[in-house]
Write a new protein. Structure first.
Length: 291
């Protein structure tokens, strides 16, 4: 009785069978007949009738809310076939260091097999991208895993694990990371970021005091400054380091923690195209999916 429920919802809003008839393209008698069928089915009056005027009864007010829910659920049945099709736009947020190494190759490979998918990509920092994901402004975020528990509706898939290394200009001598940190200006990976807070905690645990000259979460900027011999830095061991030939990396064996990069989504927003892309990225990275 979906047709009758639709007519009832219009009549409940207009409180006029004549106006309802004009709105839905039926005769007034047809509208009255549909409302009467509902009342006979439900066993109570939906409207109080006074001459030509009609007003919702108390049961009719409750029925209006429930009818709206039923009609909305019915309309959603039409979306099932569309939701199973791998098409549409996927809004992706990504940190700069994961774009070239993780996202771009995955997108190019995925599009070859799914030409009806369009990607909208935003580059930013992990915290900002996660906030945009929470605001439903993004479908997926490729970020550093936050150092706190995820909300129950979030799903996390690990894509890469990166160790932390010391990066220095090629003219900086020595291999002992403690001495280098104490003797050179320090470019700090922003301590407010997920990765930067890990570095700050490591330095504190090892009682290393640095002479900070700047603080930023942009690894490309850190590497650019390092390549100009403006200071040394501790950053994740990423492929972007290779873009700066004047920069060399020094391992830090004592730094056991790693930076975990992954893909974060909301389970409630998952659809066929998004599910397929998340799985594709996870398969390409060779890492296991974590909830």
């Amino acid at each position: 009785m979906i047709a009758e429920l639709r007519t009832f919802l219009v009549a409940a809003q207009l409180e006029s069978f004549a106006a309802t008839a004009d709105k839905v393209g039926l005769t007034q008698s047809a509208v009255s007949a549909q409302i009467r069928r509902l009342e006979l089915e439900f066993g109570y009056a939906l409207f109080h009738r006074t001459g030509r005027a009609v007003h919702l009864s108390k049961p009719g007010l409750v029925a209006m809310e429930r009818a709206a829910e039923i009609v909305a659920l019915f309309d959603r049945l039409r979306d099932i076939s569309r939701e199973s099709v791998i098409s549409g736009t996927i809004k992706v947020g990504v940190i700069s260091t994961a774009y070239a190494s993780l996202l771009a190759p995955a997108m190019s490979g995925f599009i070859k097999d799914n030409s009806d998918v369009l990607f909208s990509v935003s580059v930013g920092v992990s915290m900002g991208l996660m906030q945009r994901l929470e605001a439903r402004d993004l479908d997926v975020a490729v970020i550093v895993k936050p150092p706190f528990s995820l909300m129950p509706d979030m799903q996390w898939s690990t894509l890469a694990m990166q160790s932390y290394v010391l990066v220095v200009h090629e003219q900086v001598k020595g291999e002992e990371w403690r001495d280098i940190l104490r003797q050179n200006p320090f470019i700090r990976y922003d301590s407010r970021s997920f990765g930067g807070s890990t570095i700050s905690a490591f330095l504190k645990e090892n009682r290393i005091t640095t002479a900070d000259v700047t603080e930023t979460e942009e690894i490309s900027l850190i590497l650019d400054m390092t390549s100009r011999n403006a200071g040394v830095a501790i950053i994740p061991s990423c492929s972007e380091i290779m873009r700066f030939p004047a920069v060399r990396r020094i391992e830090i064996p004592e730094f056991a923690k790693k930076r975990e990069i992954g893909i974060m989504t909301y389970r409630s927003k998952r659809r066929a195209s998004l599910d397929a892309f998340v799985q594709y990225m996870a398969d390409e990275s060779g890492m296991e999916t974590l909830s």
